[in-house]
Design a binder for this molecule. Sequence first.
Ligand code: GLC
Length: 644
Amino acid sequence: MSLAASKVVFQVLCRPAAQTGYSEHLVNSLDLTLHSTFEVKCVKKRPPRHRHSIRCSSMLLSQLRRTHQFQRMGISLVNYMNYSGSRLQTCKCQQSESASGITAGDGNGAWFANNIETSNSVSNLANAKSILEFQDAQQLKQEKALTSNITNGTIADSRSIEEEAWDLLRESVVHYCGSPIGTIAAKDPNNSNVLNYDQVFIRDFIPSGIAFLLKGEYDIVRNFILYTLQLQSWEKTMDCHSPGQGLMPASFKVRTVPLDGDDSATEEVLDPDFGEAAIGRVAPVDSGLWWIILLRAYGKCSGDLSVQERIDVQTGIKMILRLCLADGFDMFPTLLVTDGSCMIDRRMGIHGHPLEIQALFYSALLCAREMLTPEDGSADLIRALNNRLVALSFHIREYYWIDMKKLNEIYRYKTEEYSYDAVNKFNIYPDQISPWLVEWMPNKGGYLIGNLQPAHMDFRFFSLGNLWSVVSSLATVEQSHAILDLIEAKWSDLVAEMPFKICYPALEGQEWQIITGSDPKNTPWSYHNAGSWPTLLWQLTVACTKMNRPHIAAKAVEIAERRISRDKWPEYYDTKRSRFIGKQSQLFQTWSIAGYLVAKLLLNDPSKANILITEEDSELVNALITANPRGKRGRKNLKQTYIV
Ligand code: GLC
């Protein structure tokens, strides 16, 4: 047995509670990672963090070159071969200045020709020119873009903003072993306090990945999918406790470190963070769900189904599904999670069954079902998946939905109903209907509430959860239209001067103190607490495109264009009407840039949205009709399972 092979066996044997299919996945991953003896020992004793990562040393690179193992990973060998010669000397290749030198400007601005308010844009841009202090090359580039906006008129405004966005997006690309692998979260040349914004976040990469897909640049997405898959099976612990296998990291960083035993050489390592270093130690539940959604989008857009058909990718999908579908104590079909497990990644009172996670869960289940190749061992998993889809959509459509009619029902709820036939199943006290909601709910429109727990409805409007419920068809067609109606009716609250509020309204006073733990970053109308996040433009655009109402998204994009480039692509905006750049907002935030680009690309070619959309499944609808627990209250029906 070769040394490498014996290490594989050793690690598989040492791995606690290996799951079905796991060892197969691990062996595959070891083809790439070739762990050192030291790392094998680390299964028992945790080494320093950066040693606990996927690595790509200069020595390893030459081995890989000989054995063509990158081909097994599906990574473009041409890219790699081109690169490897220079890398052997310097090994400093974490980020590139520009991935390919290709520039944008392919006419995506056309849709907006009639929509842009010329005078506003031009005067804003002129102002911008006078207030910006151009200190480096990046800013000089902006100046060039702004000058051309002013000279070339309205369409050029939109186009040069897009060109600038493409340049910035390409500059944010991170390379690993010479291949593009993701995009850094933010790249502000003037900010030294980057925290972890110098990492590739899984959720943040999704709009970047979609933008590249829509542009026909598939390599970076393919690499991202395959390398993050390698991280999925990583040994991860926090104070001696390991979260479930199948968890995807929140983020990872490419580090260049000295090569063990050779001072003159360096190696690159992929260093994941599963939440064990993240502020608040939050679990990134959404990462794996987004990964599945991106995997399907990659296949649909590129036509290359070979990635999703790979055994290690199939195993990766199943590991995520098993983690999500595992039995627990929960009574509801919704996924039970801790606070901060998604885009809102700090304490905001969204523990339990937050809508965003449920929408992504539903979407990922549908995407996975489409991609799973039938094989003997997966029948149970597919059955569980189908059952969950039916139960989840019933639960959300029925219990999370509110509009004027439903609100009035809740207002008149009887409480303390002990019976199988209870109308008020979750024992909601009508007093929970906050005064803001009574005023806020429009006559036309409705939405899915943020969270539902025993005796508690979180009535806040959470944007991503609602938008993705439209995209994934978790919401019915009527509900989806009603959500867009509400967005139109509440435009001045949800969009105001910069799209789009992450949630509405803000937690204030004592509620803010108790729920956020007096979090100074989440003060009312800031950051996660009802701040405005330009990245949400892309999800808004997909939702509007699906419902054939793209003008809503187009209007929002136009509003964003008035400021977003001038303000240097902030991460978020503050105040009730989103008038200020966020207090602690990063600038040149990649997903603000990519979100804008995806919105523009989709408005230009709405048919492309189908790579993200999942349509309502007729089998599911039939199952819902026949198994609808609404019509069958009573003990004997409770044990019913919904098998599609
Ligand atoms: C913040 C956001 C999170 C995002 C990260 C990187 O923590 O809340 O959603 O992934 O920044 O941009």
